[in-house]
Design a binder for this molecule. Sequence first.
Ligand code: PLP
Length: 409
Amino acid sequence: MGDGGDDGRLAARAAAGDAGWSTRDRFRLPPGVIYLDGNSLGALPVAVPPAVADAVEIQWGADLIASWNTHGWWLAPGRVGDRIAGLLGAEPGQLVVTDSTSIDLFKAVIAGARLRPQGRAVVVDPDSFPTDLYMVTAAAELVGLEVRSQAPGRPLAPDTAVALFSHVDFRTGELHDLPAVTAAVHDAGAVVVWDLAHSAGVHPVDLDANQVDLAVGCSYKYLNGGPGAPAFIYAARRHHARLDQPLPGWHGHDRPFAMTPGYVAAPGIDRLRTGTPPMLSLLALEAALAAFDGVPMTAVRERALSLSGLLIDAVDDWCGGEVEVVTPRDPARRSAQVALRHPHAYEVVRALAAAGVVGDYREPDLIRLGAAPLYVTHSDVLRAVRVLADVLSGRQWRNPDFSARNLVT
Ligand SMILES: Cc1ncc(COP(=O)(O)O)c(C=O)c1O
């Protein structure tokens, strides 16, 4: 049993949790929908449509190419990067928004390996998101390193050059101990790369204080940048002078408009840029980040734990043991996402969506429900678990309409 006890206690907890929290108004969500998939694609911030209209009509439509100067397009990757750095506990000048997370992973792993030329192996958690595994394998092959599969927290061999871990496990929602794991990687003489896809915008992370070397992450999840929004890459300032990334394009050049044939890397974080950024998406992301204005990340973290804790307790109380809570219950080891195991998880997720509760499914049997703290309320969480309990007890998931797999699951 959860600590929520009877329904009244859960309702009182929900009311207390929602009192005085107002960032929900910074988002536009369809009426009647409880959106618990911000861990995949964040909701639309109200600031985005007018910003995109301005970017299209005024900046592109009227001002045309002058906008690279007059609207600060050229500097946007670093400017937006500094805003994200602020959410991740990093001083300005150490993070740029560029490319996709997959490509940034490739850059970070190779740049990290080149910081430790005497190293012979790349360590990666086998439970990582598949793109991390694919990119590490390709990167290691190119630079002649062995790939070792190892969960975070296990001791590393002294010949490790670089280790790549995810702060939050994309399946289970488990939060790894970033400070301790980073320190252990350093003790082995290696460089750490963190994938922050599932913690940026929901956890303070404290990149600088934790001495993280390199980090990457998506901006379309809890940062709400929109579908295909460009990713971010962080490199600690102490590494900049020696940072040698494998995709040196002209946007990372020291003097891009000198148009010289030889590559000279920009002195700072700009050396991690490659080519022309997707400006409309980047400007949409910049507008989206206003949803975090005035909200300390410690408060976001606290609210994430409160929401996911309430969700777990309501599942315990109302779902009659029909699903297994896979996410760790220990608050130190979880974040905003709760994963539930059910043998017909795909059908359950489809039945939930038909009833207005949007979560998602991961192979082979996981229902993922992400309570994005800026726009999900505690009362949303309770209503969603009520719907889940009905779907399970009424066997609504048995409807044959819910078993045909969509292209995107
Ligand atoms: C942990 C993690 N890394 C990377 C990605 C995706 O990278 P990309 O934006 O290149 O598709 C995801 C997508 O969900 C993810 O969960």
